[in-house]
Design a protein around this ligand. Structure first.
Ligand code: C2O
Ligand code: CU
Length: 500
């Protein structure tokens, strides 16, 4: 049981519990990188694009030669990419043809509460009743529907790489693991004016880990219905579920042929619990193998140069990689320095040909108003620790297990607040509705990956991290939680209500 040494184990950054696949691991760098399909609107009018997505079970080939049954948006893993234009409304009708209740959350979206995917706002299968499913009794039902639900996104927000995923109360881990995740990109005129790599050279990379049964099915710890908040997770998975196969856009350790030119990669860590430290091998650059241009919720004020990119679950980082630095024919492995063995590699690029490149990396990207944290009048403290959930072990915030009917904070719209997070091991903390700025770590300057507008921040053990946040736009009930999905399912969530 790895948690005993959590201070050291988690501090080293390794993901402790590895769920091993029962089938022979596929060879690396054999499958071409898939690019998720871009969804087409079912219809559009002057102000709005309307999409329809059916959540269903489908067999997909992830490991060559095997069929994996997935829970997929439109039966696909990853789900189709939705591309929105800032300022145009996007309306998505999700039909639930899965055998389980679902909830859709647009992660990073500035969304009215009733469309944000509160974990008890369940969409049951058409003929399903709450009593048919473990865990949705007493007080666990919000605004429920049957068969489908229409989510409306105003999209009054700047260009960014968002993603949508399941958020079902107590069951987010198992349902995302089975495939319920996709990209949702927002474009705007500022982005269009930046002459960044685009078209085939603007590539979203959804990185996650999985384990497989001998027959190709996803492997996930067995369901134990006696533990109300721990439906899928046993004690040995207290740190979260991590598999031995790295999957990018639904393919194991894929390979991408690239031109000797600049590419924009939209990196997303969609893993349940695994953290990555990505690097390029070989890396001929002196400190700028990756030029970071955006973080979770949009562009940085100016590019930042790194040789490594750290990504906790749910974090995004957009980077430019310049393959013209490599001779044609070079094979470049995207490594994970926090992995062991099979999880130490993510994918491979092969420089296939010389090519023209008219992209540039501007020295200024967007204006970001720095929050003046000293002016904040409201301070809140949140401590993310192991604790009791009912009669068993779980994860708590300020010593409390999540209760969907309890409000832990009532921030006023428009008012700047400083939230300080404490943590007993790595907890990637995510706040819904409005992005924040990281102000300090342990009272010192923020870290190399803290720049820009963030919606998720990794809190390492024994650190505290302060963020400044100003909620805007919508009153209602929202979530703040750990984005280690097993921690989330083991009650490490808190509800707040924004008020006028
Ligand atoms: Cu990406 Cu509340 O989640
Ligand atoms: Cu956590």
């Amino acid at each position: 049981f790895a948690l005993a040494g959590c201070g050291r184990g988690a501090g080293s950054g390794q993901t402790a519990d590895l769920l091993a696949s029962e089938l022979q691991l596929p060879q690396r760098f054999r499958v071409p990188l898939p690019i998720p399909r871009v969804a087409k609107p079912a219809r559009s009018d002057a102000t709005t694009d309307y999409y329809e997505i059916t959540q269903r079970v489908a067999d997909v080939e992830i490991v060559p030669g095997y069929k994996t049954p997935v829970f997929g948006y439109d039966g696909e893993f990853p789900g189709p990419t939705i591309r929105s234009t800032s300022g145009r409304k996007t309306v998505v009708t999700h039909r639930n043809e899965l055998p389980v209740p679902t909830v859709v959350h647009l992660h990073g979206g500035h969304t009215p509460a009733e469309h944000d995917g509160y974990p008890t706002d369940l969409v049951f299968p058409k003929d399903g009743n709450p009593g048919d499913f473990a865990g949705h009794g007493d007080g666990m039902l919000g605004d429920i529907t049957r068969g489908s639900r229409t989510y409306e996104y105003p999209m009054r927000q700047a260009a960014a790489t968002l993603w949508y995923h399941d958020h079902r109360m107590d069951f987010t881990g198992p349902q995302v693991w089975r495939g319920l995740a996709g990209f949702h990109l927002i474009h705007d005129d500022v982005e269009a004016g930046l002459s960044l790599p685009h078209g085939d050279r603007d590539i979203p990379l959804m990185i996650c880990d999985r384990a497989f049964e001998a027959d190709g099915a996803f492997r996930y710890p067995a369901v134990d219905p006696t533990l109300r908040h721990v439906p899928g997770v046993r004690e040995e998975y207290m740190e979260g579920v991590a598999g031995d196969v790295v999957v990018v856009n639904g393919a194991p350790w894929p390979e991408l042929e690239v031109d000797a030119a600049r590419y924009r990669f939209r990196l997303l860590n969609a893993s349940n619990a695994r953290r990555y430290r990505l690097s390029l091998d070989p890396n001929p650059s002196g400190g700028d193998g990756f030029v970071q241009i955006a973080s979770d919720v949009g562009f940085l004020a100016q590019p930042l140069r790194h040789d490594r990119i750290d990504l906790a679950p749910a974090e995004r980082s957009e980077v430019i990689v310049d393959f013209s630095r490599y001779p044609v024919g070079t094979e470049i492995v995207l490594r994970n320095e926090l992995g062991n063995g099979s999880t130490a590699e993510v994918m491979r690029f092969v420089v296939a040909r010389k090519a023209a490149d008219d992209s540039t990396i501007p020295e200024r990207l967007v204006e970001i108003e720095p929050y003046d944290a000293a002016a904040a009048k409201v301070h809140r403290e949140w401590s993310f620790t192991r604790g009791r959930v009912g009669n068993h072990a779980g994860w708590t915030i300020n010593g409390k297990a999540f209760d969907p009917n309890r409000i832990d904070a009532e921030p006023k719209l428009g008012e700047l607040e400083v939230w300080r997070f404490y943590s007993d091991l790595h907890h990637p903390v995510h706040i819904h509705l409005s992005p924040f700025q990281v102000i300090s770590r342990n009272g010192r300057a923020p870290g190399p990956y803290d720049a820009g507008w963030k919606d998720t921040v990794d809190i390492p053990p024994t650190d505290y991290v302060e963020v400044a946040i100003r909620f805007s736009g919508f009153t209602g009930k929202y979530m703040m939680h750990c984005h280690n999905l097993e921690h989330e399912d083991m009650a490490m969530m808190s509800a707040f209500e924004t008020v006028d």
